[in-house]
Write a protein that binds this ligand. Structure first.
Ligand code: NAD
Length: 317
């Protein structure tokens, strides 16, 4: 039996996001080439199946993801108020720059590439690579001005190490940061985001969890060349994927269902680049029967590498 894609509230924003979010980094050809036609068909299918949230960044594919998403949104032609777009600032192909001057310029460039008049959420991208004190004292105040100017509706921060979120949230006035985006910390192999959820809830901050497939680790075809996981973690995930395949099961489906099971997470952002991937991921989300047994077996295989992560960012002073 199947049901429709669930909408979940995002913190105090009033936004209701589909529990499967569309990660548009693959549209920047970072997981292999994607044509404009494929991008349009993929986004069209996402809308058709109830996805209303699209996430991108100027960094993905060196601006290519924003451009491809913009073209696709225009081609599909869904009314603007029916969908939610988030993009980011501060991280670029050329490097990091969280200065007020750069983020002011960045939003205008993003809006042009996306062919939009505003974005719903603008997030400081991977803040562990910048000075967290600059994020607090300069970047977020700049984003508040963009909010007042109507270019963005909500403010977010993203990154890998979980400590960055409480560092910032403890130092800005309540309600300043609306959303956090965490990645690779709520999937079968790593659930460390769970411990932070009560704190985020107490602050009214919306939670977006990205990379349920651990950026390709929990897929049959395996991760891309650039994946930062240790050889041990990569090997364990591939063992788990092969185990599922042998049983006639799909590890990615299992991983999607696992990540979506926690309702304190508003949306699970999965990177998608084909109509088929959209269909498979939405079907995983809407299926009522869950394969608890295979999940337990995969968790057992991944036990030796559970919660293993990798370094990201600079040493904060
Ligand atoms: P992911 O875990 O979602 O994995 C994406 C990979 O899995 C791609 O190769 C995709 O083609 C493939 N895939 C998707 N569905 C599949 C399926 N059903 N079966 C097999 N393979 C499948 O990792 P991601 O793309 O890095 O993360 C999702 C999104 O989250 C990104 O596109 C981005 O929007 C966001 N994100 C943000 C940050 C950040 O802000 N720092 C970091 C990571 C991800």
């Amino acid at each position: 039996m199947e049901k429709t894609l669930e909408l979940r509230s995002l913190g105090n924003t009033g936004l209701k996001l589909s529990c499967v979010g569309f990660g548009a980094s693959p549209l920047g050809s970072v997981f292999g080439p994607v044509s404009d036609e494929e991008a349009i068909a993929t986004v069209r299918e996402a809308f058709r199946l109830g996805i209303n949230f699209f996430d991108t960044s100027p960094y993905y594919g060196g601006t290519l993801s924003e451009k491809a998403l913009g073209k696709a949104l225009k081609a599909v032609g869904v009314p603007r108020e029916k969908y939610i777009v988030s993009t980011k600032c501060g991280r670029y192909k050329e490097g990091f720059d969280f200065s007020a001057a750069r983020v002011n310029k960045s939003i205008d460039e993003s809006l042009e590439r996306l062919q939009l008049e505003y974005v719903d959420i603008l997030q400081c991208h991977d803040i562990e690579f910048g000075s967290l004190d600059q994020i607090i004292n300069e970047t977020i105040p700049a984003l508040q001005k963009l909010k007042e100017a109507g270019k963005i509706r909500f403010i977010g921060i993203t990154g890998l190490p979980l400590g960055i979120f409480s560092y910032v949230l403890d130092r800005v006035p309540l309600g300043t940061v609306d959303v956090i985006l965490s990645y690779c910390h709520y999937s079968i192999n790593d659930t460390t985001l769970e411990d932070l959820l009560p704190y985020l809830k107490s602050k009214g901050v919306g939670v977006i969890s990205a990379s349920p497939l651990a950026m390709g680790l929990l897929t049959e075809s395996g991760p891309p060349e650039w994946h930062p996981a240790s050889p041990e973690l990569k090997a364990a995930c591939q063992t788990a994927a092969a185990f599922c395949k042998k049983k006639g099961k799909d590890i990615s489906k299992l991983a999607m269902q696992y990540s979506m099971s926690n309702k304190d997470i508003s949306t699970v952002l999965v990177g998608m680049k084909s109509v088929e991937q959209v269909q498979v991921n939405v079907a995983a989300a809407t299926e009522v029967e869950k394969d608890e047994q295979t999940l337990a077996e995969v968790e057992e295989i991944l036990k030796p590498v559970k919660n293993q992560t990798w370094p990201s960012g600079i040493q904060q002073s």
